[in-house]
Design a protein around this ligand. Structure first.
Ligand SMILES: [Zn+2]
Length: 431
């Protein structure tokens, strides 16, 4: 730690005897002192004081030879204004290039500023941040030189570039930096002298209705790479991509109904994550107009959201109401229905993982509740059940029994085979 200004000056003196450094790189060694100053200002100030000190020594010495060697070294390692003194006292001096940046840093900051501005201009953003990739050659060189000096007040060149480019970009684009949640991060690669932009996704939330069957939530591809179903919720949501001039979308829904199950009522909560959008804040009326064109899937967007809502809806475990149209070869009676209502109202159901998904999921036993059930006969062989169930209950298996893997079930209660003709989710609660 430097104790006083003499100490700083002596250190700068010693450093310049050893290495050529430009104003910025010298100033960066003492970045801890002089709040609000640029490193260029610090470096230049130190060099000015050093020039004055050398001149003082020269004036006080009996012969110029006493200071000549030191003056030559310092002048060729620091350039102006020490070279002015040297030129006046001993003649021309050859100036060495900065050992860290080879005198490129000023130009580099300007050049990178232009590149960042060009890259960010493509996006409609309200805040930004600059990042500089670690371990570039110039950073490693700086580390090698600076760490050997025993000075603990320096900042890294990455930090200086980040700050200096950031200040200039802020002025040119007239948007503020945001260190916590920027709309866009411009990441600089010093080795490639390149800039890439990573933009925060836009999240919009709403609910979707699935008015037909054989519609998957996400695109479902066969091994041959063809779409198993011609329509998906994801496919409809993709329509917003062009509105946001985005690279793509992701959907996050609060659970998922089977492909052959309709989603009715108020619909199922969904968040569409718009990836790498060039435009943010698209009017949601326009978004909804675009989504409306699809007759079998209706996505209604209600607002903008953030990542926390994605987590929230994915963990959401709300009870859902289903309509099951069930079939039996042997005619149903009203007594059958009564038996089902009595047995299943507020009943805990034990379910092993359904056979149909055993390939994808581990075989586990779990318990879920049926809160209420009622219904009516539609004809001798077909009945309608309205079931309110705990989140995660496999409703198809609750009807069929899944060969004894779900108990009790409608089939086990009636002692015969019962199948599901149609299943709909009637309600996903709003709150
Ligand atoms: Zn330099």
């Amino acid at each position: 730690m430097s104790r006083n200004i003499d100490d700083i000056l002596n250190k700068a003196f010693e450093v310049l005897k050893k290495y050529p450094l430009c104003d910025r790189c010298l100033g960066r060694l003492f970045a801890k002192y002089g709040l609000g100053l640029s490193n260029a200002e610090r470096g230049r100030a130190l060099k000015t004081l050093i020039a004055m000190e050398i001149h003082r020594k020269a004036l006080n010495s009996r012969s110029l030879d006493e200071v000549k060697e030191e003056l030559l070294t310092i002048a060729s390692n620091s350039g102006e204004p020490v070279t002015t003194i040297a030129r006046n006292l001993i003649g021309e001096v050859k100036v060495n290039k900065c050992v860290v940046c080879e005198d490129s840093l000023n130009h580099l900051i300007g050049e990178l500023t232009v590149k960042v501005v060009e890259a960010l201009k493509e996006y409609s953003i309200t805040s930004f941040l600059i990042g500089v990739e670690k371990n570039s050659n110039i950073e490693l060189k700086e580390k090698h030189v600076f760490e050997g000096l025993g000075i603990d007040t320096w900042e890294s060149i990455r930090r200086e570039i980040r700050r200096e480019v950031g200040k200039r970009v802020q002025g040119l684009l007239n948007i503020p930096p945001d260190f916590k949640k920027p709309d866009a991060v411009a990441i600089i690669n010093l080795d490639k002298n390149s800039v890439k932009v990573v933009v925060k996704p836009v999240y919009i939330y709403g609910r979707y209705l699935k008015l037909g069957r054989n519609i998957s939530q996400r695109w479902w591809f066969t091994r041959e790479g063809t779409k198993r179903y011609p329509l998906s919720i994801e496919g409809v949501a993709e329509k917003v991509r062009t509105l946001f001039k985005a690279d793509g979308i992701n959907i996050h829904a609060a659970g998922r109904e089977d492909v052959d199950v309709r989603m009715m009522g108020n619909g199922r909560p969904i968040v569409i994550e718009v990836l790498n959008p060039k435009i943010r804040g698209v009017n949601l009326n326009i978004v909804n107009e675009t989504l409306k064109e699809e007759p079998w899937v209706s996505i209604k967007i209600e607002g903008y959201a953030d990542l926390s809502l994605v987590r929230e809806i994915k963990q959401s475990k709300k009870p859902k109401t289903y309509r099951a149209i069930i079939y039996s070869d042997k005619p149903f009676t009203n007594e059958d229905l009564l038996r089902i209502f009595t047995a299943l109202n507020n009943c805990e159901i034990r379910q092993r993982t359904p056979k149909r998904i055993l390939k994808r999921k581990k075989d586990v036993l779990r318990t879920r509740k049926v809160y209420s059930v009622n219904g009516k006969l539609l004809n001798d062989h077909v009945a309608e059940l309205i079931l309110k169930c705990e989140s995660g209950l496999y409703v198809k298996e609750l009807i069929t029994g899944d060969e004894g893997r779900t108990t009790p079930s409608v089939a086990s209660l009636l002692g015969r085979e019962v199948s599901v003709l149609f299943l709909d989710v009637l309600d996903y609660p709003l709150t």
